[in-house]
Write a protein that binds this ligand. Structure first.
Ligand SMILES: Nc1ncnc2c1ncn2[C@@H]1O[C@H](COP(=O)(O)OP(=O)(O)O)[C@@H](O)[C@H]1O
Ligand SMILES: N[C@@H](CCC(=O)OP(=O)(O)O)C(=O)O
Length: 383
């Protein structure tokens, strides 16, 4: 089992810092905090760790420069703030990191960039090249172009997807609170800090249901989603306070700080991680109980005979969500057939495919190699 004492042995670390840590209540940048963060990241890089920083704060920095006291409500206004703020943010990082002799690289991503397998691989290659060259990538969501369907919406999820993409050993989420509490301590004075989370249960999810700070996005809920992505990808994740001096060094020497989420012993392989978390589904295939058993217990592919209905708009090669009779998602996979073809062959035998479609390229609607299980992963079945 993974222990905090294993942390010094990490090679690659992703650090995410939230708006609540980087900006004051006025919306202006907390330069003191930023400088402390840069010094710690630079120091870890000097020790030989490969460092990636995922930084929020563009909207906050833009608000400060534009003299806005409250976070704007409309998307175009938030995007305008981000456009002003991202330049300011990078300018400050460039200045602080240069003082410690480090080169930084700006990487702005949208959900779409990771949903496309080709762009996902390209993005990963670019990050690998930057790390090889000794640069420190500073990543944020490309807020000015991202609209609802192509947004991460929060940098917690983005940082976990980046950590998974580059097979980081650790993701550290720095925020304005020292870890996950049994309830939101700002509203519940009895709440206590949790040191280690071995599995993300519904109880853990319920603890994180409360809202976040005024400037932050997502609160603890998105940090738990990030933990799910990390732990299933074999990455240790820690939530800790960004205000604590020397927090990164202390974490990386294995001190008992913040909340540690333990990586799963049998992580998903790279391609299945992308299927499970990186890509987005274009439709749904509803299956019967026999097919659920075949996928979950039998390790089989999805054949037309187990399909009862399908909806959405997908083509051959698109990702679909596979739904059990009870309505939960069993898994996700790449469909070999387009929706109109699946409608014609569903409930039928493989030997009928050719006569129903005029030709047959595959027996399987979703091949096992292109399928990842969702729910059963949590109860220990293989992917
Ligand atoms: N169970 C919990 N434990 C700790 N903090 C919680 C919990 N539930 C909700 N929160 C809230 O989450 C906030 C941190 O999230 P957020 O404001 O989005 O920060 P960031 O900008 O760093 O992402 C905390 O300040 C706290 O108010
Ligand atoms: N991309 C946005 C940050 C969105 C976000 O996730 O914020 P936070 O919850 O503070 O980490 C920005 O740079 O302002």
């Amino acid at each position: 089992m993974f222990h905090r004492q294993d942390l010094p042995g990490a090679r690659r670390i992703v650090v995410k810092v939230g708006t609540s840590t980087l900006t004051y209540g006025t919306g202006k940048l907390n330069l003191e905090q930023m400088e402390k963060l840069v010094r710690q990241v630079a120091d870890l890089a000097n020790r030989g760790y490969q460092m990636i920083l995922v930084s929020s704060g563009a909207v906050g920095a833009g608000m400060g420069r534009l003299g806005l006291r409250e976070k704007p409500k409309t998307i175009p206004e938030k995007q305008a703030c981000a456009a002003v703020g991202q330049g300011i943010l990078l300018h400050m990082y460039e200045k602080f990191f240069a003082e410690y002799g480090h080169v930084v690289a700006q990487v702005l991503l949208t959900r779409d960039d990771l949903a496309s397998r080709k762009r996902y691989i390209n993005g990963g290659n670019t990050l690998e090249a930057l790390l090889r060259m000794g640069a420190i990538p500073i990543i944020n969501e490309n807020d000015t172009v991202a609209v609802d369907e192509i947004r991460f919406g929060d940098n917690d999820t983005l940082s976990a997807l980046v950590a998974s993409l580059v097979s980081s050993d650790v993701l550290v989420l720095l925020t304005d609170i020292d870890g996950l509490y049994t309830a939101n301590p700002r509203t519940d004075t009895q709440a206590t800090l949790i040191s280690t989370v071995e599995a993300i249960t519904p109880e853990i999810e319920a603890m994180a249901a409360g809202a976040g700070s005024d400037l932050g996005t997502g609160g603890m809920a998105t940090k738990i989603q990030a933990a799910r992505i990390c732990t299933e990808s074999g990455i240790a994740m820690i939530i800790a306070s960004g205000a604590k001096p020397d927090v990164l060094r202390e974490i990386m020497v294995g001190q008992e700080i913040g909340t540690l989420f333990l990586p799963q012993a049998k992580p998903l392989p790279g391609y299945k991680r992308w299927l499970a978390f990186g890509s987005t589904c274009h439709g749904r295939i509803h299956i019967d109980e026999g097919a659920v058993q075949a996928l979950v217990s039998g390790g089989k592919s999805l054949l037309p005979c187990g399909i009862v209905a399908t909806d959405g708009l997908y083509h051959s090669g698109d990702l679909v969500s596979i739904i059990a009779p009870e309505g939960y998602e069993v898994g996700r996979g790449v469909s070999n057939y387009a929706i109109e073809q699946v409608r014609r062959i569903m409930g039928r035998q493989c030997m009928e495919i050719e006569s129903l479609l005029g030709s047959k390229d595959y027996d399987e609607v979703v091949h096992r190699d292109n399928l990842t299980l969702t729910i059963p992963r949590q109860i220990g079945c293989s992917s």
